[in-house]
Design a protein around this ligand. Structure first.
Ligand code: ZN
Length: 411
C-alpha cells in the first residue's frame, strides 16, 4: 500500500517532533542522520523500531512531550523481561476513543446497545480501551472485567447485554457455560467483538453458533494505542485499518523489504498523529497481508487479513514462506478431519520437507484422504507436503495451548 502525500507529511512532522523532543527515538533518528521525510524513499530508509528498543527506553524514555501534557500511561504485559511503558496525552486518549468508536460503528453497534466488557482493566490497554470507545459512542458500558462467570452470566441476563467484548477463549468459555446451564433464552447477545489473538475457524464457528451472534475481530496492540485500530465490517472480508491515524506496511520479515499487496508478511506500523509516544516503523511481529481491491461496504480504509501468527512462526519450505495458519486453513476445509494436527519440518537430502499429521475416523479411506490433503496444500500454498492420516485420538491433547508445529531442521 503506497504511502500517500498526506501520510508522508504527517510522518515528517512526527519525525521532526521526535528529534526536537530528544527522546529515545529522537536521539536514534538524529544518530542515523535523519532530518526530514519528503519522499517515499526517505520513509523507506527510516530505521525500524522494535519491542527491545521500547524496553530499553523503560520507564519513560519514549515520552515525546513535556510531562505536564501526559495524562495516563499504559504498559504491555511484561511476561518476559522489562515491561514497556507508553505515555498518552489527552489527545492520544481522545484519538484512540474515536478509532474505537469507529470500530463499534463498523460492527453496526449503536448507542442503544449495552456493551458487556470482559477484558481486564488496569495497566494494560484492554478493558479501558473498550470502555473509552463505548462511552464515545454513547452506548451503555457494563464494565465487568474478566472472571467470576456466575456474576458475568447473571449481569448478562439482568442487564440484557447485547454486545460481548472478550478474548476468543473467554467468549468460548461463556458460550459453553450458557449452553451447560440452559439459559440461552435469557441471553440477549447479538454481537461479539473479539480481541485479535490468533484463532481458528472452527473455534470461531463454535462461538458464533452456540451464542447465535455475529462476530467481529478487533485489532490493536499496546505499543500503538491498544485494541481498536482496525476491525472487520459486516461483509467480513478482512479488518479495515484506520489509515488516517496509522500507516501500515507489510514486510518480508527476513529482508525488511515491503512485499506487494496480497502477499503475507509482518505488519509494521507508523503512528501519524500520536503525541505522547509516536512510533515509526514499529515491527509488530504479527503476520498478515493487505487485501487488495475494495470492500463491498465502500469504505476507503484498507483491509488486512486475520492475524496468521507471529513472524517467529514462519517456515521456509522449498523456497515458499509458510505460516502454520495457512496449513490450518487448508485442514479446516475438510470436515472429515478432527481439529487436532501436527506439522513437522525437517531437512532431508538437502531440502526442507513438511510432514502433516491429521486425524480422522474409520469411515474414511486414509490413503485417499492423505492424497486429497496433499493436493489441496499444493494448490493453495505451492508445495507438496507428506501427509499422514492417523486414527482419531492418536495425537496428544493438551489442556493449554497444544504444540502443533515441530521444526526439526536445526536440532
Ligand atoms: Zn468493509
Amino acid at each position: 500500500m503506497k504511502i500517500s502525500e498526506k501520510q508522508l507529511e504527517q510522518i515528517d512532522r512526527q519525525v521532526k517532533r521526535l528529534i526536537t523532543a530528544e527522546n529515545f527515538y529522537g536521539k536514534k533518528l538524529k544518530e542515523a542522520g535523519i532530518t526530514e521525510v519528503k519522499k517515499e524513499e526517505d520513509f523507506l530508509k527510516l530505521p525500524f523500531s522494535q519491542k527491545q528498543d521500547l524496553r530499553d527506553a523503560y520507564p519513560l524514555g519514549l515520552m515525546a512531550v513535556p510531562e505536564e501534557e501526559v495524562v495516563r500511561i499504559h504498559s504491555s504485559s511484561g511476561t518476559t523481561g522489562t515491561p514497556v511503558i507508553i505515555p498518552y496525552t489527552a489527545k492520544d486518549v481522545d484519538d484512540w476513543g474515536e478509532m474505537f468508536k469507529r470500530c463499534y460503528e463498523y460492527a453496526g453497534i449503536t448507542n442503544k446497545d449495552r456493551i458487556h466488557i470482559t477484558p481486564g482493566y488496569g495497566l494494560w490497554t484492554a478493558g479501558i480501551g473498550f470502555q473509552n470507545g463505548c462511552e464515545k459512542l454513547g452506548a451503555m458500558a457494563i464494565p465487568m472485567g474478566p472472571g467470576n462467570t456466575d456474576k458475568q452470566l447473571q449481569m448478562m441476563m439482568d442487564m440484557q447485554s447485547t454486545v460481548l467484548c472478550a478474548t476468543s477463549s473467554y467468549a468460548l468459555l461463556i458460550a459453553e457455560e450458557i449452553e451447560k446451564r440452559g439459559i440461552k433464552d435469557k441471553i440477549h447477545l447479538k454481537k461479539g467483538v473479539i480481541g485479535s489473538e490468533r484463532w481458528g475457524e472452527k473455534m470461531r464457528n463454535r462461538i458464533k453458533n452456540e451464542l447465535g451472534i455475529e462476530l467481529y475481530d478487533i485489532y490493536g496492540l499496546t505499543e500503538i494505542y491498544g485494541p481498536g485500530i482496525g476491525i472487520n465490517c459486516k461483509y467480513d472480508t478482512g479488518m479495515h485499518i484506520w489509515d488516517d491515524y496509522l500507516y501500515l506496511e507489510i514486510i518480508n520479515p527476513e529482508t525488511g523489504e515491503n512485499v506487494p499487496d496480497g502477499e503475507w508478511g509482518e505488519i509494521v506500523i507508523s503512528t501519524l498523529v500520536k503525541e505522547g509516544a509516536p512510533l515509526i516503523r514499529y515491527r509488530t511481529h504479527d503476520i498478515s497481508r493487505i487485501i487488495p481491491g475494495e470492500c463491498p461496504c465502500g469504505s476507503c480504509h484498507p483491509r488486512i487479513d486475520v492475524i496468521a501468527g507471529r513472524s517467529d512462526d514462519m517456515m521456509k519450505i522449498k523456497g515458499v514462506n509458510v505460516f502454520p495458519k495457512q496449513i490450518e486453513e487448508v485442514l479446516a476445509t475438510f470436515p472429515e478431519l478432527s481439529s487436532e494436527y501436527q506439522i513437522h519440518i525437517s531437512h532431508l537430502d538437502g531440502r526442507d520437507t513438511m510432514r502433516i499429521y491429521v486425524e480422522t475416523d474409520g469411515t474414511v479411506d486414509f490413503q485417499d484422504m492423505a492424497k486429497k490433503v496433499a493436493e489441496k496444500v499444493k494448490s493453495k500454498i505451492g508445495f507438496t507436503p507428506i501427509v499422514k492420516v492417523v486414527e482419531l485420538g492418536v495425537l496428544p491433547r493438551s489442556e493449554k495451548k497444544s504444540k502443533r508445529v515441530f521444526d526439526e531442521r536445526y536440532n
